[in-house]
Design a protein around this ligand. Structure first.
Ligand code: GLU
Ligand code: MG
Length: 492
């Protein structure tokens, strides 16, 4: 279970005794150290580790770490905001003992996500996990809503023997190909064993579309646990790969061209134990509340991309017809709309129905991404926002045709097909179908204008997001697409 209470000096009630007992148990299982993990604003996983003998002390008083990492860029250079980025100050990392996991692919190690507090014992306003805990707790208290969430993980496997920085796919088999499954058979089996030993309920693992690419999908949990799990799964994917001489990239675009690595988010809202995405009077069984949740999310997607697609490399992935969902549109089982409605099979819908948000990648801090998606959806729900009509097929067809149609109309040479295309384009505009930002610069501009998201994050986190994104933009100034892909290839 996720611990929703803030850490306090001396430890959360019962935590110190629990940590002492856990330490004994861990030592008995051959565990020497505990990885204390969080994700920074740039989406990089950062850690401190302690010997198991220090776990109780960590539960009581936390472990020190500078707040400067909140404004680190993916290349470890540092930007500043009014309050962050200074060499001064310290924070305490408090492990969530409820999520402590023995790492099956890193013998001798356990892992736990942390919340960060100040030395005065106050929640650190730059702590992404604390932000998500708040959003979830508020949703429960103010709206009576709980959530279930899961993050899909895609990654590309390269050979360790490739020249420095280069990418040589570890398997050359076709997309979804049996060849790949056979070539990486031992790796995938060991990954499944490790995840099972860690209590991760894997739904499926499959070879994906891009060269050397795989994907794992896992069961849904409360949002904080789902974000923790996405961090844990990545740690495991990487650890197993190392044991097989393989290198892992979770970068949004490993190469400048072609399909990238997504981190699609599945989300469902529940009230009194009932899934709001099933059994309702709305489209595909959605309740009015679920429809408005989707509407709220769609309306803010351009600003949300600054959080869900935070790297300059994210915009190499966010291109039409790459299944990354770059249009503010929704549809049932549509692969090119930003929001895909998943109804599940007849008979399983009460449990399975959910929505999938596609323009999310694994450079995103999962705590920030889930918290902001939920804040946007809840805003739609509170306002009873109307959900536009769905789309089918590839929205690129609708939006791109519009420009062409305008040109032909001017030329006064309208055929029936063109008139039809024009009507479709008008329909798309009426449905609010817009292309998502094409660059991180555009995304940050939209984020700056979004008062709701900024308020939800609070000034410290909102400023950190803006400063870090602008820092990333500056860091790649003058680079071409290939160089941008290479710069981030092995950072995530
Ligand atoms: N790799 C695609 C992406 O970047 C997703 C493929 C899929 O639909 O699973 O989002
Ligand atoms: Mg996939």
């Amino acid at each position: 279970m996720t611990t929703l209470a803030d850490p306090v000096p001396g430890g959360r009630p019962g935590d110190v005794e629990r940590a002492a007992a856990l330490a004994g148990e861990l030592a008995g299982r051959g565990v020497h150290g505990v990885v204390l993990a969080y994700v920074d604003t740039a989406g990089i996983g950062r850690v401190k580790t302690v010997p198991v003998a220090r776990l109780a002390a960590a539960a009581a008083w936390g472990v020190g770490m500078s707040p400067v990492f909140d404004t680190f860029l993916a290349d470890d250079s540092i930007v500043t905001t009014e309050v962050l980025g200074s060499p001064d100050g310290d924070l305490r990392l408090y492990p969530d003992l409820g999520r402590l996991t023995v790492l099956a692919a890193q013998p001798g190690w356990a892992w736990a996500p942390v919340d960060r507090v100040t030395q005065e014992g106050e929640p650190h306003p730059g702590c992404a996990r604390t932000f998500l805990r708040r959003i979830v707790a508020d949703a429960g208290r103010r709206h009576g809503i709980t959530f279930r969430a899961a993050v899909e993980i895609e990654w590309v496997l390269g050979r360790d023997t490739a020249p420095e920085g280069a990418f040589e796919p570890a398997t050359t088999g076709p997309a979804y190909g049996a060849v790949r499954q056979v070539e990486l058979s031992d790796y995938c089996a060991e990954l499944l064993a490790a995840l099972a030993a860690q209590g991760v309920d894997v739904e499926q693992v499959h070879p994906e579309y891009a060269a050397g690419q795989f994907e794992v999908s896992v069961g849904a949990l409360d949002p904080v646990a789902a974000a923790d799990r996405s961090v844990l799964v990545r740690q495991t994917v990487r650890a197993v790969a190392r044991r097989h001489g393989l290198r892992v990239s979770f970068a949004p675009a490993v190469l400048a061209e072609g399909v990238g690595n997504g981190g699609h988010v599945h989300l469902s809202a529940w009230r009194d134990g009932t899934n709001l995405h099933a059994g309702g009077e709305g489209r595909y069984g959605m309740t009015a509340a679920a429809e408005s949740f989707v509407a709220g999310l769609l309306a803010r997607l351009p600003a949300l991309t600054a959080v869900t697609a935070p790297s300059p490399a994210s915009y190499l992935r966010l291109r039409p017809s790459q299944w990354a969902g770059v249009y503010t549109a929704w549809g049932r089982e549509t692969r090119e709309a930003a929001v895909r409605i998943v109804t599940g099979m007849r008979g399983a819908r009460e449990r399975a129905a959910n929505l999938e948000v596609k323009p999310v990648d694994l450079a995103a801090n999962p705590y920030l991404a889930l918290g902001c998606l939920i804040a946007a959806g809840l805003d739609g729900m509170t306002a009873s926002a109307p959900l536009p009509e769905e789309i089918t097929g590839d929205p690129a067809r609708l939006v791109d045709t519009k420009t062409e149609t305008e040109t032909t109309t001017e030329a006064d040479a309208e055929t029936d097909a063109e008139a039809e295309a024009e009507a479709e384009a008008e329909g798309a505009a009426a449905r609010g179908v817009r292309r998502l930002p094409v660059s991180l610069t555009e995304a940050v501009a939209a984020f700056r204008r979004d008062e709701l998201l900024r308020a939800a994050l609070g000034p410290v986190l909102a400023d950190a997001v803006t400063a870090v994104r602008e820092g990333e933009v500056a860091a790649v100034a003058g680079l071409d697409d290939e160089q941008v892909a290479a710069a981030y290839r092995w950072r995530y």
